[in-house]
Ligand binder design. Structure first.
Ligand code: SAM
Length: 171
């Protein structure tokens, strides 16, 4: 099980970026996102619609208390932060974990997260975005295999084209 914990969601301000975290997590092999911060049914509903149409088992669960998500997680926790140890130095060890909780922040991440995470890992030492950090992390973790992942029970499927667009709606 690979789950993502999204910290500090703010209704209105973060809708687009939190939705993109969920979409990227689902597309790139994560099983679940724990959404913490302000409760936002619109995201849970819209990702639920994506799962219905595009298949797979992915889910988004709202958890007001991120501390309890971290505490009750059975495997290791890795916090993505530009202040952490380089991804290239830690990915080999992390890949051996069966259950991994990947934590991404918003504006200000509480110091407790840095202290209590098993790993603090940077995706370059430069500031960028939680979506970019998560996508690169997942790609390195799954070594590119996530791009071939199958999504059972899909109602829609892209038929890859060199040019143009084709969707198979009878899968
Ligand atoms: N000053 C913040 C911090 O504590 O890292 C930056 C906030 S940034 C807008 C939001 C989130 O993007 C961060 O909490 C982190 O999860 C992720 N992020 C941004 N740059 C990153 C990097 N270079 N490596 C890993 N994660 C990064």
């Amino acid at each position: 099980m690979l789950a993502v914990l999204r910290l500090g969601h703010r209704v209105g301000r973060d809708v687009r970026i939190t939705t993109h975290i969920c979409l990227a997590a689902r597309a790139m092999g994560a099983d679940k996102v724990f959404l913490s911060g302000e409760k936002d049914e619109s995201i849970i509903k819209s990702i639920g619609g994506v799962v219905k149409r595009w298949g797979g088992k992915f889910e988004v669960e709202y958890r007001k208390d991120w501390r309890s998500v971290m505490k009750s997680w059975k495997g290791k926790t890795v916090h993505l932060t530009m202040y952490g140890e380089p991804l290239n130095d830690r990915i080999g060890v992390l890949r051996k974990e069966k259950d991994l909780l990947v934590i991404v922040g918003a504006e200000k991440v509480p110091s407790e997260v840095y202290k209590n995470a098993d790993f603090n890992v940077s995706v370059s030492g430069q500031p960028h975005s939680e979506v970019a950090a998560l996508a690169v992390f997942l790609d390195r973790f799954f070594e590119g295999k996530e791009l071939e992942k199958r999504f059972p029970k899909a109602k829609l499927r892209i038929v890859p084209q060199a040019h143009g667009k084709q969707i198979d709606a009878n899968v």
